[in-house]
Design a protein. Structure first.
Length: 298
């Protein structure tokens, strides 16, 4: 596992804030909004305080404040102004920035404060769709770009999972109101990215269906066992990084031949699912482009 980063290159700042490195340099030179630190060999780098300041500046800039005006503000006024101007329109971006800072600082209190603030104005579904889904998409990019370490990703994912579990438990005690099908949700072998399928479990339960949640890295034989207990099964397979592009069509063929029966269906979703040969899709095997599309189908 990579060591935890608490210093950042200008490219890291670009990845975390969305402000181009060229623009950051201009803001530094022309307006002195950031003061980079330097190594013994005179290489520029930035600390967490600089990252936090730039995230706040980015929000103010997006909200219409000119950099020339922001640069004249005392440093302590910027976060105060950010808090003052947060509205429904800007709450999403501010929350994502706050969650990023919570992740970078391993700050559970900041995560909880930000989450509770959102929940005072929005439903859990709105928080997940409007904030958590785009946040996790950004985190996936930041991890690939090596801006954050696996430790950061695991930390923030765990906290989001806890909120999913709490909200799922609230509705699990209710008996299903729809009995025409049972949903089996799982990740294929070697797939561990669980947040998406956990949220789908919540949505399907909320829609009144019975779910069987199997979780990570489920072998095909385990799916076979379920046919002994349930009819009219819809299998929901969430594929983020597995199976890979070379093996995914073979995997889908195996599921169709070994698992699917006349009264069962296979729903595929996730980044890797987009690599499935479209000729393999039919009325019983469907591909969804995103969570919203699948939820609409319920």
């Amino acid at each position: 596992m990579s060591s935890v980063k608490n210093t950042f290159s200008i490219k890291d700042l670009e990845n975390l804030t969305g402000i181009k490195a060229h623009t950051i340099r201009i803001w530094e030179k022309r307006y002195n909004v950031l003061e980079p630190l330097r190594t013994d060999t005179n290489i520029r780098y930035y600390d967490l305080l600089a990252l936090q300041k730039l995230l706040n500046i980015t929000l103010l800039h997006d909200y219409g404040y000119k950099i020339s005006k922001i640069s004249q503000m005392p440093s302590e006024k910027i976060p105060q102004l950010v808090q003052d101007i947060i509205s429904t329109k800007s709450a999403k971006n501010h929350a994502i920035s706050s969650f990023k800072m919570a992740m970078m600082n391993f700050d559970q209190k900041l995560f909880l404060d930000t989450y509770n603030s959102l929940l005072s104005e929005k439903s859990f579904r709105e928080v997940f769709f409007e904030v958590f889904i785009p946040l996790m998409e950004e985190i996936g990019f930041l991890w690939q770009a090596e801006t954050i370490s696996p430790a950061h990703e695991h930390f923030i994912s765990y906290l989001i999972k806890l909120k999913l579990l709490v909200n799922t438990e609230k509705i699990q005690s209710e008996n299903p109101t729809k009995e025409d099908k049972v949903f089996v949700l799982y990740l294929p072998m070697d797939e561990v990215h669980e947040l998406g399928v956990m949220y789908l479990n919540y949505e399907i339960l909320l829609s009144g269906y019975k779910t069987i949640y199997l979780g990570q890295s489920v072998p095909i034989d385990s799916l076979k066992d379920l046919k002994k207990y349930f009819n009219n099964i819809t299998y929901v397979c969430y594929m983020t990084v597995e199976p890979n592009k070379e093996s995914i069509n073979t995997y889908v063929k195996e599921i169709k031949s070994q698992i699917l029966e006349e009264d069962s269906n296979l729903w595929l979703i996730g980044r890797c699912a987009q690599n499935v040969d479209k000729t393999m899709l039919d009325s019983k095997t469907r591909l969804f482009n995103n969570i919203t599309e699948l939820v609409t189908e319920l």
